[in-house]
Design a protein around this ligand. Structure first.
Ligand code: C2O
Ligand code: CU
Ligand code: CU
Length: 429
């Protein structure tokens, strides 16, 4: 904490090498190290400042995905950090406890920089979450699980130049930068903070023996009630916190089984939607600690009401466009009034997967087609998978930060699509 009362973090984007396989040095990028970055933790109400230094040979940005903050601090494509420069955004944490993350966002180059290893978690804490009985000892019973797929060439280097509509799909999984990872579980209940940190791949996370887990949080924070389920689909950028129960001495795998993408079987195959992948082996100790029964009533969540919405906007994703327009850094697509509640209706007009992410706001899902949202879409979200032909009705209330000059982004979070132009800009005034 500095003299101004700000919690200060230092991040340096740098290049290096990582030994994913022993004896093989893979060229990678990371923050304060060779791959990924530190987990930043701050509490609701705190002022934070992050000194972002760029030691790479190319310009980058750092975007705080899921964070409510002024547009100039957002780290989108308008906040470029040139090689050798430092950018120091500051903002006040003003949202519920959640698993947020950070990653580069330079226009047209996001995929490559994320693939090289630039990404990290930003955990928000608050009193409401702290008052619940939940595992929260970081690295012990509260575990980040950043899942990324990668392909290695014969020299052990990342294959990052894959082109094509889908973008790069890897055949190996890295969890927090580790191949074939396992976790020694020492508690009866472990909280896994699942992050789809892949550029294109969709997952359906579950346990290898089919046991159910409790979903407790989505992108923007805790659900109202813990929701038991046996699988959760996450598209790139989405997060989920789950509680998994283990018994002494057992081994069970967190896996990804073929996600239901809502596409034809052949489109699913093209998107590697047929793969079953081991994600993380959970090895329970012979004796397990207990925090008692986890809370099942979690966060009070006021439903946003359609009657309060002052604008309706619709977005159709097609080709690499949103509403038939490719991203243009000089064009503002939407102008939103500060504090407004709005309904955004989003359609994927293609027979292929897309998703939709909105910066600086968390939304609630009103409708999935004609249905109310399922449990996994019942909480705060900032990114949502779009099944082809299904209309998603989202409601969101924008913060009071105004800036007529600097826009926020909305886009498909499949990074090849984002880079190709499936992105638009909105200002809050
Ligand atoms: Cu995580 Cu605009 O993105
Ligand atoms: Cu974002
Ligand atoms: Cu897309």
């Amino acid at each position: 904490v500095n003299a101004d009362g700000e919690r200060v973090f230092d991040l340096t984007a740098e290049s290096g090498t990582t030994e994913f396989t022993s004896g093989v040095d893979t060229d990678t990028w990371g923050y304060n190290g060779s791959y990924l970055g530190p987990t930043l933790v701050a509490a609701r109400g705190e002022d934070v400042r992050i000194n972002v230094a760029n030691d790479l040979r190319e310009a980058t940005t750092v975007h705080w995905h899921g964070m409510s903050l002024p547009a100039e601090m957002d780290g989108g494509p308008h906040q470029m950090v040139e090689p050798g420069a430092t950018w120091s955004p500051n903002f006040t944490i003003d949202q519920p406890a959640a698993t947020l993350w950070y990653h580069p966002h330079p226009d047209g180059k996001t995929e490559h920089q994320v693939e090289m290893g630039l990404a990290g978690l930003f955990l928000v804490q608050d009193d409401e979450e702290a008052a619940l009985t939940l595992p929260r000892t970081y690295g012990v019973d509260d575990i980040p699980v950043v899942v990324q797929d990668r392909r290695f060439d014969d020299d052990g280097q990342f294959v990052t130049d894959v082109r094509g509509y889908i973008g790069p799909i890897g055949d190996q999984l890295l969890v927090n930068g580790t191949l074939a990872p396992y976790l020694d579980v020492t508690s009866e209940v472990v909280r896994l903070r699942l992050v789809n940190g892949s550029t294109s791949r969709m997952y359906d996370f579950g346990l290898s023996d089919g046991r159910s887990f409790d979903l407790i949080a989505t992108d923007g924070g805790l659900l109202a009630e813990a929701a038991p389920m046996d699988g959760i689909r996450l598209s790139p950028g989405e997060r989920a916190e789950i509680l998994v129960q283990v018994t002494p001495g057992e081994t069970v795998n967190l896996q990804s089984t073929p996600p239901d993408l809502g596409t034809s079987a052949s489109a699913a195959t093209r998107n590697a939607g047929d793969d079953t992948l081991d994600v993380l082996e959970l090895r329970a100790a012979a004796t397990l600690s207990s925090i008692g029964a986890p809370s099942t009533t979690l966060a009070a969540m006021e439903p946003l009401r359609k009657a309060d919405a002052s604008a309706d906007r619709s977005f159709t994703l097609n080709g690499y466009t949103i509403n038939n327009r490719l991203m243009d850094m000089t064009r503002i697509d939407e102008t939103v009034e500060a504090g407004a509640t709005e309904v955004w209706t989003v359609d994927n007009a293609m027979p292929l997967p897309h998703n939709f992410h909105v910066h600086a706001v968390q939304f609630q899902v009103l409708r999935v087609g004609t249905e109310p949202p399922p449990a996994e879409l019942s909480g705060w979200k900032d990114t949502i998978y779009l099944e082809p032909g299904v209309r998603y009705e989202l409601i969101m209330q924008f913060a009071e930060y105004t800036d007529p000059d600097f826009p926020y982004m909305f886009h498909c979070h499949m990074l090849a699509h984002e880079d190709a132009g499936m992105m638009g800009q909105f200002v809050v005034v």
